[in-house]
Design a protein around this ligand. Structure first.
Ligand code: PGA
Length: 251
């Protein structure tokens, strides 16, 4: 089965309101209609309404970079999944390595966020990935398996169908140092095996697994050549229309 590639742009804490809307409009001009690649962008929270408006009716989905694990109440500074649905967001990223490693999110918290997003009707991109010292210590498989299992175990197949995995080796994020296509393909294939064990082979075969970490227009085709690499989660290269579109059109 060939899965439809899914290219997502994580804008992180970049751009201002004008720049976010301009970028959204520039993408819309080129990716207005549904094509053979799914596309999503993840602007900063405060610009979500502007970007959702700029992309309304286009084929580009708009999501949040994070979401609260609780439904409502006294959680100062947090944004709930229901609030995101209310303003028209359709996806949430959970477990990005910057959330895990800069802000200390645990596997359990990431799972709470994933559950909250699904319960509100959002689709989810669940990010997993090992740190450099973990890779060097031979723990790449165990770390990724642990994060993936914590994120997915016990979910229904219907829930799984609303989830995309992003494999993002932490040492490759924002460093200009990508995993080689072989390294990416190897971990992706391993992760698909983990999902097959948690669910079954058919569910694993239908799951899209994006690669993330210094993806650029000039390395996307090689990274996405493996049938186990079904898209990209892009940070730095998603901040300019031309470079992001170069990845969207990697084929
Ligand atoms: P990068 O970020 O493309 O700048 O390495 C990827 C990510 O963190 O999602």
């Amino acid at each position: 089965m060939t899965l439809k590639p899914y290219i997502a742009g994580n804008w992180k804490m970049n751009l201002d309101r004008k720049g976010a809307v301009a970028l959204a409009r520039a993408l819309r001009a080129e990716v207005g209609e549904p094509g053979d690649v799914d596309v999503a962008v993840f602007p900063p929270f405060v610009y979500l309404p502007d970007v959702i408006e700029a992309l309304a009716g286009s084929a580009i989905a708009v999501g949040a970079q994070d979401v609260c694990d609780r439904k409502v109440g006294a959680f100062t500074g947090e944004v709930s999944a229901d609030m995101l649905v209310d303003i028209g967001a359709t996806i949430a990223l959970v477990g990005h390595s910057e959330r895990r490693h800069v802000y200390g999110e645990t596997d359990a918290l990431v799972r709470g966020k994933l559950d909250a997003a699904l319960a509100a009707g959002l689709d989810v991109i669940l990010c997993v990935g090992e740190k450099l010292e973990e890779r060097e210590a031979g723990q790449t498989e165990s770390v990724n398996a642990r994060q993936l299992t914590a994120g997915l175990s016990g979910l229904s197949r219907d829930d799984l169908a609303r989830i995309t995995i992003a494999y993002e080796p932490v040492w490759a994020i924002g460093t200009g140092r990508t995993a080689s296509p072989e390294q990416a393909a190897e971990v992706h294939s391993y992760l698909r095996g983990v999902v097959s064990g948690l669910f079954d082979q058919a569910a694993a075969a239908a799951l899209r697994i994006q690669y993330g970490g210094s993806v650029k227009a000039d390395n996307a085709a090689a990274l996405l050549a493996s049938p186990d690499v079904n898209g990209a989660l892009v940070g730095g290269a998603a901040l300019e229309a031309a470079s992001f579109l170069g990845i969207v059109r990697y084929r």
